[in-house]
Design a protein around this ligand. Structure first.
Ligand code: DGT
Ligand code: MG
Length: 545
Protein backbone atom coordinates (compact mmCIF):
# COMPACT_ATOMS: atom_id res chain seq x y z
CA UNK A 1 0.00 0.00 0.00
CA UNK A 2 1.51 3.32 -1.04
CA UNK A 3 -0.06 5.83 1.27
CA UNK A 4 2.03 8.80 2.34
CA UNK A 5 4.02 7.71 5.36
CA UNK A 6 2.48 8.88 8.59
CA UNK A 7 4.74 9.63 11.51
CA UNK A 8 3.26 8.16 14.64
CA UNK A 9 3.31 10.31 17.72
CA UNK A 10 3.75 8.34 20.96
CA UNK A 11 3.72 11.28 23.34
CA UNK A 12 0.20 10.85 24.73
CA UNK A 13 -1.18 8.37 27.27
CA UNK A 14 -4.86 7.65 26.87
CA UNK A 15 -7.15 5.45 28.90
CA UNK A 16 -10.45 4.12 27.64
CA UNK A 17 -12.93 3.08 30.31
CA UNK A 18 -15.98 0.94 29.48
CA UNK A 19 -18.48 -0.08 32.15
CA UNK A 20 -19.23 -3.79 32.26
CA UNK A 21 -22.76 -4.81 31.20
CA UNK A 22 -23.75 -1.25 32.00
CA UNK A 23 -27.57 -1.25 32.33
CA UNK A 24 -27.45 -4.63 34.06
CA UNK A 25 -24.86 -3.35 36.56
CA UNK A 26 -26.97 -0.32 37.40
CA UNK A 27 -29.90 -2.63 38.10
CA UNK A 28 -27.68 -4.90 40.22
CA UNK A 29 -26.48 -1.93 42.26
CA UNK A 30 -30.11 -0.96 42.87
CA UNK A 31 -31.08 -4.51 43.74
CA UNK A 32 -28.08 -6.61 44.87
CA UNK A 33 -30.18 -9.80 44.89
CA UNK A 34 -29.91 -9.74 41.10
CA UNK A 35 -26.15 -10.20 41.26
CA UNK A 36 -26.32 -13.97 41.55
CA UNK A 37 -29.03 -14.45 38.92
CA UNK A 38 -28.92 -14.40 35.14
CA UNK A 39 -30.22 -10.93 34.33
CA UNK A 40 -31.39 -9.40 31.07
CA UNK A 41 -32.38 -5.80 30.48
CA UNK A 42 -35.48 -5.60 28.36
CA UNK A 43 -36.43 -2.83 25.97
CA UNK A 44 -39.59 -3.68 24.03
CA UNK A 45 -39.13 -7.31 22.93
CA UNK A 46 -35.34 -7.24 22.98
CA UNK A 47 -32.63 -7.95 25.55
CA UNK A 48 -30.38 -4.90 25.14
CA UNK A 49 -27.75 -6.22 27.52
CA UNK A 50 -27.34 -8.89 30.15
CA UNK A 51 -25.09 -9.56 33.10
CA UNK A 52 -22.16 -11.91 32.70
CA UNK A 53 -24.00 -14.82 34.34
CA UNK A 54 -26.66 -14.62 31.62
CA UNK A 55 -23.94 -14.39 28.99
CA UNK A 56 -22.73 -17.84 30.09
CA UNK A 57 -26.06 -19.18 28.87
CA UNK A 58 -25.43 -17.63 25.47
CA UNK A 59 -27.55 -14.52 25.97
CA UNK A 60 -26.33 -11.85 23.58
CA UNK A 61 -27.06 -8.16 23.12
CA UNK A 62 -30.15 -7.44 21.03
CA UNK A 63 -31.52 -10.97 21.29
CA UNK A 64 -35.29 -11.39 21.14
CA UNK A 65 -36.84 -12.01 24.56
CA UNK A 66 -38.47 -15.22 23.31
CA UNK A 67 -35.15 -16.54 22.06
CA UNK A 68 -33.34 -15.53 25.27
CA UNK A 69 -35.98 -17.23 27.45
CA UNK A 70 -35.56 -20.42 25.45
CA UNK A 71 -31.81 -20.33 26.03
CA UNK A 72 -32.11 -19.46 29.69
CA UNK A 73 -35.54 -20.15 31.18
CA UNK A 74 -34.42 -18.68 34.53
CA UNK A 75 -33.46 -15.39 32.94
CA UNK A 76 -34.67 -12.51 35.11
CA UNK A 77 -35.85 -9.59 33.01
CA UNK A 78 -35.82 -6.01 34.21
CA UNK A 79 -37.36 -3.26 32.08
CA UNK A 80 -34.77 -0.79 30.92
CA UNK A 81 -36.78 1.64 28.86
CA UNK A 82 -36.50 4.45 31.37
CA UNK A 83 -32.91 5.62 31.01
CA UNK A 84 -33.00 7.94 34.02
CA UNK A 85 -30.85 5.86 36.36
CA UNK A 86 -28.44 4.89 33.59
CA UNK A 87 -27.90 8.55 32.67
CA UNK A 88 -27.42 9.53 36.28
CA UNK A 89 -24.83 6.80 36.83
CA UNK A 90 -23.15 7.65 33.56
CA UNK A 91 -22.64 11.25 34.63
CA UNK A 92 -21.39 10.17 38.04
CA UNK A 93 -18.68 8.13 36.33
CA UNK A 94 -17.69 11.00 34.04
CA UNK A 95 -17.60 13.40 36.97
CA UNK A 96 -15.33 11.04 38.88
CA UNK A 97 -13.01 10.77 35.87
CA UNK A 98 -12.85 14.54 35.53
CA UNK A 99 -10.99 14.60 38.83
CA UNK A 100 -8.08 12.92 37.06
CA UNK A 101 -7.96 15.09 33.95
CA UNK A 102 -9.77 17.94 32.24
CA UNK A 103 -9.63 15.92 29.08
CA UNK A 104 -12.46 13.44 29.48
CA UNK A 105 -14.53 12.58 26.44
CA UNK A 106 -17.79 10.69 26.79
CA UNK A 107 -18.69 8.14 24.19
CA UNK A 108 -22.27 7.03 24.64
CA UNK A 109 -23.43 6.38 28.17
CA UNK A 110 -20.86 3.88 29.34
CA UNK A 111 -17.55 4.77 27.70
CA UNK A 112 -15.07 7.54 28.38
CA UNK A 113 -11.64 8.45 27.07
CA UNK A 114 -9.28 10.15 29.48
CA UNK A 115 -6.09 11.81 28.34
CA UNK A 116 -3.78 11.33 31.33
CA UNK A 117 -0.62 12.57 29.58
CA UNK A 118 -0.01 15.37 32.02
CA UNK A 119 -0.35 13.17 35.15
CA UNK A 120 1.95 10.62 33.53
CA UNK A 121 4.54 13.28 32.75
CA UNK A 122 4.45 14.43 36.36
CA UNK A 123 4.76 10.88 37.71
CA UNK A 124 7.52 9.84 35.37
CA UNK A 125 9.95 12.21 37.09
CA UNK A 126 9.77 10.25 40.36
CA UNK A 127 9.52 6.77 38.90
CA UNK A 128 12.48 4.44 38.89
CA UNK A 129 11.09 1.02 38.15
CA UNK A 130 7.58 0.90 36.78
CA UNK A 131 5.53 -2.28 36.75
CA UNK A 132 2.73 -2.94 34.32
CA UNK A 133 -0.64 -3.47 35.95
CA UNK A 134 -3.08 -5.78 34.16
CA UNK A 135 -2.87 -7.52 30.80
CA UNK A 136 -0.61 -6.67 27.88
CA UNK A 137 -1.58 -7.11 24.27
CA UNK A 138 1.32 -8.40 22.16
CA UNK A 139 5.00 -8.91 22.62
CA UNK A 140 6.94 -6.73 25.05
CA UNK A 141 10.43 -7.97 24.25
CA UNK A 142 11.15 -5.20 21.77
CA UNK A 143 9.50 -2.02 23.00
CA UNK A 144 9.97 1.43 21.49
CA UNK A 145 12.66 3.50 23.25
CA UNK A 146 11.15 6.98 22.80
CA UNK A 147 9.88 6.93 26.40
CA UNK A 148 6.36 5.78 25.52
CA UNK A 149 6.85 2.42 27.18
CA UNK A 150 7.37 3.95 30.62
CA UNK A 151 4.56 6.40 30.03
CA UNK A 152 2.14 3.63 29.11
CA UNK A 153 3.26 1.55 32.08
CA UNK A 154 2.45 4.48 34.36
CA UNK A 155 -0.85 4.71 32.47
CA UNK A 156 -1.69 1.16 33.57
CA UNK A 157 -1.18 2.16 37.21
CA UNK A 158 -3.43 5.19 36.78
CA UNK A 159 -6.06 3.06 35.02
CA UNK A 160 -6.09 0.64 37.95
CA UNK A 161 -6.41 3.52 40.40
CA UNK A 162 -9.33 4.98 38.45
CA UNK A 163 -11.07 1.62 38.20
CA UNK A 164 -10.61 1.01 41.91
CA UNK A 165 -12.16 4.35 42.65
CA UNK A 166 -15.14 3.70 40.39
CA UNK A 167 -15.62 0.41 42.21
CA UNK A 168 -15.28 1.81 45.70
CA UNK A 169 -17.39 4.93 45.12
CA UNK A 170 -20.03 3.68 42.70
CA UNK A 171 -19.78 -0.07 43.14
CA UNK A 172 -19.32 -0.55 39.39
CA UNK A 173 -16.79 -2.69 37.58
CA UNK A 174 -15.14 -1.52 34.40
CA UNK A 175 -12.73 -2.53 31.69
CA UNK A 176 -9.87 -0.26 30.68
CA UNK A 177 -7.57 -0.02 27.71
CA UNK A 178 -4.35 1.96 27.83
CA UNK A 179 -2.64 3.15 24.67
CA UNK A 180 -0.96 6.13 23.06
CA UNK A 181 -4.08 6.94 21.04
CA UNK A 182 -7.85 6.59 21.40
CA UNK A 183 -8.25 3.89 18.79
CA UNK A 184 -5.71 1.53 20.34
CA UNK A 185 -6.86 2.21 23.91
CA UNK A 186 -10.45 1.39 22.98
CA UNK A 187 -9.65 -1.82 21.14
CA UNK A 188 -7.14 -2.98 23.75
CA UNK A 189 -9.75 -2.52 26.51
CA UNK A 190 -12.08 -4.95 24.77
CA UNK A 191 -9.49 -7.74 24.79
CA UNK A 192 -10.06 -8.85 28.39
CA UNK A 193 -13.56 -8.56 29.85
CA UNK A 194 -15.16 -8.09 32.32
CA UNK A 195 -13.41 -6.18 35.10
CA UNK A 196 -9.93 -6.26 33.59
CA UNK A 197 -7.55 -3.91 31.86
CA UNK A 198 -5.12 -4.19 28.96
CA UNK A 199 -2.27 -2.06 27.70
CA UNK A 200 -1.05 -1.90 24.11
CA UNK A 201 2.45 -0.67 23.22
CA UNK A 202 2.97 0.92 19.79
CA UNK A 203 5.01 -2.03 18.47
CA UNK A 204 1.86 -4.22 18.66
CA UNK A 205 -0.50 -1.75 16.98
CA UNK A 206 -0.64 -3.56 13.64
CA UNK A 207 -1.11 -6.92 15.33
CA UNK A 208 -3.99 -5.47 17.36
CA UNK A 209 -5.66 -4.11 14.24
CA UNK A 210 -5.26 -7.40 12.40
CA UNK A 211 -6.79 -9.20 15.38
CA UNK A 212 -10.09 -7.47 14.61
CA UNK A 213 -10.20 -9.35 11.33
CA UNK A 214 -13.13 -7.51 9.69
CA UNK A 215 -12.88 -3.84 8.71
CA UNK A 216 -16.38 -3.33 10.10
CA UNK A 217 -14.94 -3.95 13.59
CA UNK A 218 -12.62 -0.97 13.34
CA UNK A 219 -14.09 1.83 15.46
CA UNK A 220 -14.86 4.68 13.07
CA UNK A 221 -15.70 2.47 10.11
CA UNK A 222 -19.48 2.38 9.92
CA UNK A 223 -21.94 0.54 7.70
CA UNK A 224 -21.66 2.86 4.69
CA UNK A 225 -17.89 2.78 4.65
CA UNK A 226 -17.89 -0.99 5.13
CA UNK A 227 -20.17 -1.33 2.10
CA UNK A 228 -18.00 1.02 0.04
CA UNK A 229 -14.91 -0.99 0.90
CA UNK A 230 -16.77 -4.21 0.21
CA UNK A 231 -17.49 -2.93 -3.31
CA UNK A 232 -13.75 -3.23 -4.07
CA UNK A 233 -13.45 -6.49 -2.18
CA UNK A 234 -11.97 -5.12 1.00
CA UNK A 235 -13.53 -7.09 3.82
CA UNK A 236 -10.72 -7.66 6.29
CA UNK A 237 -8.08 -5.44 7.83
CA UNK A 238 -5.52 -7.55 5.97
CA UNK A 239 -7.36 -6.82 2.66
CA UNK A 240 -7.04 -3.15 3.47
CA UNK A 241 -3.32 -3.48 4.15
CA UNK A 242 -2.85 -5.26 0.83
CA UNK A 243 -4.91 -2.80 -1.18
CA UNK A 244 -3.37 -0.39 -3.65
CA UNK A 245 -3.71 3.07 -2.08
CA UNK A 246 -4.50 4.76 -5.40
CA UNK A 247 -7.51 2.46 -5.78
CA UNK A 248 -8.64 3.36 -2.29
CA UNK A 249 -8.17 7.06 -3.04
CA UNK A 250 -10.24 6.75 -6.19
CA UNK A 251 -13.00 5.11 -4.21
CA UNK A 252 -13.09 7.35 -1.14
CA UNK A 253 -11.25 10.54 -2.01
CA UNK A 254 -7.82 11.22 -0.64
CA UNK A 255 -8.77 12.46 2.83
CA UNK A 256 -11.05 9.56 3.72
CA UNK A 257 -8.68 7.05 2.13
CA UNK A 258 -5.87 8.36 4.31
CA UNK A 259 -8.01 8.14 7.44
CA UNK A 260 -9.09 4.58 6.68
CA UNK A 261 -5.51 3.63 5.90
CA UNK A 262 -4.27 5.15 9.14
CA UNK A 263 -6.96 3.44 11.20
CA UNK A 264 -6.14 0.07 9.71
CA UNK A 265 -2.56 0.47 10.98
CA UNK A 266 -3.65 1.71 14.41
CA UNK A 267 -2.78 5.35 13.73
CA UNK A 268 -5.10 7.92 15.26
CA UNK A 269 -4.22 11.50 16.03
CA UNK A 270 -7.66 12.67 17.13
CA UNK A 271 -7.53 14.46 20.48
CA UNK A 272 -9.56 13.55 23.54
CA UNK A 273 -12.16 16.29 23.43
CA UNK A 274 -13.44 17.40 26.77
CA UNK A 275 -17.19 16.80 26.56
CA UNK A 276 -18.55 18.16 29.80
CA UNK A 277 -22.29 18.32 30.12
CA UNK A 278 -24.52 19.03 27.12
CA UNK A 279 -24.78 22.71 26.20
CA UNK A 280 -28.49 22.48 25.77
CA UNK A 281 -31.24 20.08 26.74
CA UNK A 282 -34.39 20.17 24.73
CA UNK A 283 -37.35 18.33 23.34
CA UNK A 284 -39.72 19.02 20.51
CA UNK A 285 -42.96 17.58 19.28
CA UNK A 286 -44.41 17.88 15.84
CA UNK A 287 -48.17 18.14 15.91
CA UNK A 288 -51.21 18.51 13.77
CA UNK A 289 -51.70 22.16 12.93
CA UNK A 290 -52.45 24.23 16.04
CA UNK A 291 -54.09 27.61 15.51
CA UNK A 292 -55.40 28.45 18.97
CA UNK A 293 -53.25 30.11 21.61
CA UNK A 294 -54.80 28.14 24.47
CA UNK A 295 -53.81 24.89 22.77
CA UNK A 296 -50.28 26.17 22.24
CA UNK A 297 -50.00 26.97 25.93
CA UNK A 298 -51.29 23.53 26.90
CA UNK A 299 -48.88 21.80 24.55
CA UNK A 300 -46.02 23.90 25.92
CA UNK A 301 -47.04 23.02 29.48
CA UNK A 302 -46.70 19.33 28.62
CA UNK A 303 -43.37 19.90 26.92
CA UNK A 304 -42.09 21.89 29.88
CA UNK A 305 -42.91 19.15 32.35
CA UNK A 306 -41.15 16.53 30.19
CA UNK A 307 -38.19 18.83 29.73
CA UNK A 308 -37.91 19.40 33.47
CA UNK A 309 -37.55 15.66 34.04
CA UNK A 310 -34.56 15.63 31.69
CA UNK A 311 -33.03 18.68 33.34
CA UNK A 312 -33.61 17.11 36.75
CA UNK A 313 -31.52 14.15 35.60
CA UNK A 314 -28.79 16.49 34.39
CA UNK A 315 -28.63 18.19 37.77
CA UNK A 316 -27.84 21.76 36.67
CA UNK A 317 -30.17 24.72 37.07
CA UNK A 318 -31.35 26.19 33.78
CA UNK A 319 -31.17 29.91 33.20
CA UNK A 320 -32.19 30.40 29.58
CA UNK A 321 -35.16 28.92 27.80
CA UNK A 322 -35.57 28.72 24.05
CA UNK A 323 -38.81 28.25 22.19
CA UNK A 324 -38.80 26.69 18.73
CA UNK A 325 -41.81 26.75 16.48
CA UNK A 326 -42.49 25.55 12.99
CA UNK A 327 -45.04 27.63 11.12
CA UNK A 328 -46.80 26.36 8.07
CA UNK A 329 -47.70 28.90 5.46
CA UNK A 330 -50.76 27.65 3.61
CA UNK A 331 -50.27 30.07 0.72
CA UNK A 332 -46.69 29.19 -0.11
CA UNK A 333 -46.98 25.64 1.34
CA UNK A 334 -43.67 26.25 3.09
CA UNK A 335 -42.79 25.50 6.71
CA UNK A 336 -40.41 27.72 8.62
CA UNK A 337 -38.65 27.12 11.88
CA UNK A 338 -38.06 30.03 14.18
CA UNK A 339 -36.63 30.31 17.65
CA UNK A 340 -36.56 32.90 20.39
CA UNK A 341 -35.10 32.74 23.84
CA UNK A 342 -35.11 34.57 27.14
CA UNK A 343 -33.49 34.26 30.51
CA UNK A 344 -35.33 32.79 33.45
CA UNK A 345 -34.75 33.41 37.09
CA UNK A 346 -32.93 30.40 38.48
CA UNK A 347 -34.65 30.91 41.82
CA UNK A 348 -37.90 29.67 40.27
CA UNK A 349 -36.48 26.16 40.42
CA UNK A 350 -36.34 23.97 43.45
CA UNK A 351 -32.62 23.21 43.77
CA UNK A 352 -33.37 19.91 45.49
CA UNK A 353 -35.43 18.69 42.58
CA UNK A 354 -35.38 20.79 39.42
CA UNK A 355 -38.14 18.68 37.91
CA UNK A 356 -40.68 19.83 40.49
CA UNK A 357 -41.99 23.33 39.95
CA UNK A 358 -44.63 24.98 42.09
CA UNK A 359 -47.76 25.85 40.15
CA UNK A 360 -47.01 29.56 40.48
CA UNK A 361 -43.49 29.16 39.14
CA UNK A 362 -44.64 26.90 36.34
CA UNK A 363 -47.11 29.59 35.31
CA UNK A 364 -44.40 32.25 35.46
CA UNK A 365 -42.21 30.24 33.13
CA UNK A 366 -45.12 29.46 30.82
CA UNK A 367 -46.03 33.13 30.68
CA UNK A 368 -42.45 33.89 29.68
CA UNK A 369 -42.60 31.24 26.99
CA UNK A 370 -45.93 32.53 25.70
CA UNK A 371 -44.39 35.98 25.48
CA UNK A 372 -41.74 34.49 23.23
CA UNK A 373 -44.48 32.82 21.24
CA UNK A 374 -46.26 36.12 20.76
CA UNK A 375 -43.07 37.60 19.40
CA UNK A 376 -42.77 34.83 16.87
CA UNK A 377 -46.42 34.65 15.87
CA UNK A 378 -48.91 37.40 15.21
CA UNK A 379 -51.92 35.77 16.83
CA UNK A 380 -54.29 38.38 15.39
CA UNK A 381 -53.86 36.70 12.05
CA UNK A 382 -54.49 33.02 11.21
CA UNK A 383 -51.49 30.80 11.90
CA UNK A 384 -50.63 27.12 11.75
CA UNK A 385 -48.07 25.69 14.12
CA UNK A 386 -46.85 22.22 13.21
CA UNK A 387 -44.03 21.83 15.72
CA UNK A 388 -43.26 23.16 19.17
CA UNK A 389 -39.98 22.72 20.96
CA UNK A 390 -38.51 23.86 24.23
CA UNK A 391 -34.93 23.73 25.33
CA UNK A 392 -32.81 25.05 28.12
CA UNK A 393 -29.68 26.51 26.62
CA UNK A 394 -27.68 27.88 29.54
CA UNK A 395 -27.16 26.44 32.97
CA UNK A 396 -25.61 27.15 36.30
CA UNK A 397 -24.33 24.39 38.53
CA UNK A 398 -26.73 23.48 41.28
CA UNK A 399 -25.47 25.20 44.41
CA UNK A 400 -24.11 22.71 46.88
CA UNK A 401 -25.84 22.89 50.21
CA UNK A 402 -22.64 23.81 51.98
CA UNK A 403 -21.63 26.65 49.74
CA UNK A 404 -24.88 28.33 48.89
CA UNK A 405 -25.68 30.45 51.85
CA UNK A 406 -22.06 31.35 52.28
CA UNK A 407 -21.97 32.74 48.76
CA UNK A 408 -25.36 34.31 49.18
CA UNK A 409 -24.28 36.15 52.26
CA UNK A 410 -20.82 37.02 51.01
CA UNK A 411 -22.33 38.60 47.91
CA UNK A 412 -24.81 40.52 49.94
CA UNK A 413 -22.08 41.88 52.12
CA UNK A 414 -20.00 42.84 49.11
CA UNK A 415 -22.83 44.57 47.34
CA UNK A 416 -23.59 46.60 50.42
CA UNK A 417 -20.13 47.94 50.29
CA UNK A 418 -19.74 48.66 46.60
CA UNK A 419 -23.00 49.47 44.96
CA UNK A 420 -26.67 50.08 45.47
CA UNK A 421 -29.72 48.23 44.42
CA UNK A 422 -30.83 50.52 41.58
CA UNK A 423 -27.54 50.16 39.79
CA UNK A 424 -27.64 46.41 40.09
CA UNK A 425 -31.10 46.15 38.60
CA UNK A 426 -30.31 48.39 35.69
CA UNK A 427 -27.52 46.14 34.48
CA UNK A 428 -30.12 43.57 33.45
CA UNK A 429 -29.94 42.42 29.82
CA UNK A 430 -31.76 39.61 28.08
CA UNK A 431 -31.20 38.05 24.67
CA UNK A 432 -34.80 38.70 23.84
CA UNK A 433 -35.37 42.25 24.83
CA UNK A 434 -38.44 42.43 27.03
CA UNK A 435 -39.36 39.71 29.43
CA UNK A 436 -40.63 41.03 32.69
CA UNK A 437 -38.45 41.42 35.71
CA UNK A 438 -40.56 38.84 37.51
CA UNK A 439 -38.76 36.04 35.73
CA UNK A 440 -35.76 37.61 34.08
CA UNK A 441 -32.49 37.20 35.80
CA UNK A 442 -29.68 39.68 35.53
CA UNK A 443 -27.09 39.16 32.90
CA UNK A 444 -23.89 37.60 34.11
CA UNK A 445 -21.85 39.96 31.97
CA UNK A 446 -21.13 42.42 34.71
CA UNK A 447 -18.01 41.39 36.59
CA UNK A 448 -18.78 40.11 40.03
CA UNK A 449 -16.95 41.53 42.98
CA UNK A 450 -14.28 39.27 44.38
CA UNK A 451 -15.74 37.37 47.31
CA UNK A 452 -14.45 38.49 50.65
CA UNK A 453 -14.06 35.89 53.32
CA UNK A 454 -16.46 36.47 56.13
CA UNK A 455 -16.25 34.55 59.33
CA UNK A 456 -19.87 35.18 60.07
CA UNK A 457 -21.12 33.93 56.74
CA UNK A 458 -19.17 30.72 57.14
CA UNK A 459 -20.66 30.37 60.58
CA UNK A 460 -24.19 30.87 59.30
CA UNK A 461 -23.70 28.69 56.29
CA UNK A 462 -22.55 25.80 58.42
CA UNK A 463 -25.37 26.31 60.81
CA UNK A 464 -28.04 26.81 58.23
CA UNK A 465 -27.24 23.81 56.11
CA UNK A 466 -27.10 21.47 58.99
CA UNK A 467 -30.78 22.30 59.06
CA UNK A 468 -31.23 21.17 55.46
CA UNK A 469 -32.46 24.49 54.25
CA UNK A 470 -34.78 25.04 51.30
CA UNK A 471 -33.20 28.36 50.60
CA UNK A 472 -30.69 27.23 48.04
CA UNK A 473 -31.26 30.01 45.57
CA UNK A 474 -28.51 30.74 43.13
CA UNK A 475 -26.72 33.83 44.36
CA UNK A 476 -27.47 36.26 41.57
CA UNK A 477 -27.36 40.00 41.77
CA UNK A 478 -31.12 40.10 41.40
CA UNK A 479 -31.40 37.90 44.46
CA UNK A 480 -29.16 40.34 46.26
CA UNK A 481 -31.33 43.16 45.04
CA UNK A 482 -34.47 41.48 46.31
CA UNK A 483 -32.80 40.89 49.59
CA UNK A 484 -31.90 44.52 49.92
CA UNK A 485 -35.43 45.65 49.08
CA UNK A 486 -36.89 43.27 51.60
CA UNK A 487 -34.38 44.46 54.06
CA UNK A 488 -35.78 48.00 53.93
CA UNK A 489 -39.34 46.80 54.25
CA UNK A 490 -38.57 44.65 57.24
CA UNK A 491 -36.43 47.07 59.18
CA UNK A 492 -39.15 47.61 61.77
CA UNK A 493 -40.19 44.02 62.29
CA UNK A 494 -40.05 41.95 65.41
CA UNK A 495 -36.61 40.55 64.60
CA UNK A 496 -35.00 43.46 66.35
CA UNK A 497 -35.53 41.67 69.66
CA UNK A 498 -32.90 39.03 68.94
CA UNK A 499 -29.35 40.14 69.42
CA UNK A 500 -27.04 39.98 66.50
CA UNK A 501 -23.72 38.21 67.15
CA UNK A 502 -20.92 40.79 67.16
CA UNK A 503 -19.09 39.06 64.36
CA UNK A 504 -22.06 39.58 62.08
CA UNK A 505 -23.44 42.03 59.63
CA UNK A 506 -26.60 43.30 61.30
CA UNK A 507 -28.27 43.79 57.95
CA UNK A 508 -27.57 40.28 56.80
CA UNK A 509 -28.57 38.87 60.15
CA UNK A 510 -31.94 40.61 59.98
CA UNK A 511 -32.73 38.87 56.70
CA UNK A 512 -32.55 35.46 58.26
CA UNK A 513 -35.64 33.70 59.55
CA UNK A 514 -36.29 34.42 63.16
CA UNK A 515 -35.67 30.86 64.29
CA UNK A 516 -32.31 30.84 62.55
CA UNK A 517 -31.41 34.15 64.20
CA UNK A 518 -32.34 32.69 67.54
CA UNK A 519 -30.28 29.62 66.94
CA UNK A 520 -27.30 31.64 65.78
CA UNK A 521 -27.44 33.82 68.82
CA UNK A 522 -27.68 30.76 71.08
CA UNK A 523 -24.80 29.17 69.27
CA UNK A 524 -22.82 32.35 69.61
CA UNK A 525 -23.57 32.51 73.31
CA UNK A 526 -22.46 28.94 73.84
CA UNK A 527 -19.23 29.55 71.95
CA UNK A 528 -18.66 32.68 73.97
CA UNK A 529 -19.16 30.87 77.24
CA UNK A 530 -16.93 28.04 76.17
CA UNK A 531 -14.24 30.27 74.89
CA UNK A 532 -13.25 33.21 77.02
CA UNK A 533 -11.51 34.79 74.07
CA UNK A 534 -14.90 35.84 72.76
CA UNK A 535 -15.96 37.60 75.91
CA UNK A 536 -14.60 41.02 74.93
CA UNK A 537 -16.58 41.06 71.71
CA UNK A 538 -19.75 40.39 73.60
CA UNK A 539 -19.68 43.79 75.22
CA UNK A 540 -21.13 45.24 72.01
CA UNK A 541 -23.61 42.56 70.88
CA UNK A 542 -25.36 44.67 68.24
CA UNK A 543 -22.35 46.06 66.54
CA UNK A 544 -22.73 46.27 62.75
CA UNK A 545 -19.71 45.03 60.87
P1 DGT B 1 -20.07 -4.84 28.00
O1 DGT B 1 -19.46 -3.50 27.79
O2 DGT B 1 -19.86 -5.75 26.84
O3 DGT B 1 -19.70 -5.48 29.29
O4 DGT B 1 -21.64 -4.68 28.05
P2 DGT B 1 -22.51 -3.35 28.01
O5 DGT B 1 -23.89 -3.74 28.41
O6 DGT B 1 -21.88 -2.28 28.79
O7 DGT B 1 -22.54 -3.05 26.47
P3 DGT B 1 -22.12 -1.74 25.69
O8 DGT B 1 -20.92 -1.15 26.33
O9 DGT B 1 -22.03 -2.13 24.26
O10 DGT B 1 -23.38 -0.80 25.81
C1 DGT B 1 -23.68 -0.05 26.97
C2 DGT B 1 -25.17 -0.05 27.25
O11 DGT B 1 -25.87 0.47 26.13
C3 DGT B 1 -25.74 -1.42 27.48
O12 DGT B 1 -25.69 -1.77 28.86
C4 DGT B 1 -27.13 -1.31 26.99
C5 DGT B 1 -27.08 -0.26 25.93
N1 DGT B 1 -27.05 -0.84 24.59
C6 DGT B 1 -26.02 -1.46 24.00
N2 DGT B 1 -26.35 -1.84 22.77
C7 DGT B 1 -27.62 -1.44 22.56
C8 DGT B 1 -28.54 -1.53 21.46
O13 DGT B 1 -28.23 -2.07 20.41
N3 DGT B 1 -29.78 -0.98 21.64
C9 DGT B 1 -30.13 -0.35 22.81
N4 DGT B 1 -31.35 0.19 22.90
N5 DGT B 1 -29.30 -0.22 23.84
C10 DGT B 1 -28.07 -0.79 23.73
MG1 MG C 1 -19.96 -1.50 28.43
Amino acid sequence: MEAESTLDDHSRTIIHIDLDCFYAQVEMVKNPELRTLPLGIQQKNIVVTSNYIARQYGIKKCMLITEAKKMCPNLVLVKGEDLHDYRQTSYKVTTLLQKYSNLVERLGLDENFIDVTSIVNEKIEDSTRIDIVGNVFGDISDLCDCGCSDRLKIGTNIAQEIRDQIKSELNLTTCAGVGHNKLLAKIAGSKHKPNEQTVIFPNSAVELMLSLNLVSYIPGIGTTLTEQLGSINIKTVQDLHNMDFVKLKNLLGSEKAKTVHDLSFGLDRTPVKSTGKPQSIGIEDSCKSISIEKEVREKLRQLLSRLLVLVGEDGRVPKTIKLTIRKFDRKSKVSNRETRQCNINTTLFNPKDISKLTETNENKILTAIMRLFNKLVNTNKPYHITLLGLSFTKFVERPSAKSTLTKFLIKDIEVQSITNIENVQETKTTPDDSPSTSYVENSETEPEPTPKKCKFSDFIAKKRFLRDSDDCASPSKLRVAELRLNSTEKSMDTNQNISCPPDASEEVFRELPRDVQQELWEEYKQTRDRDKVCSNQLKKPNQIV
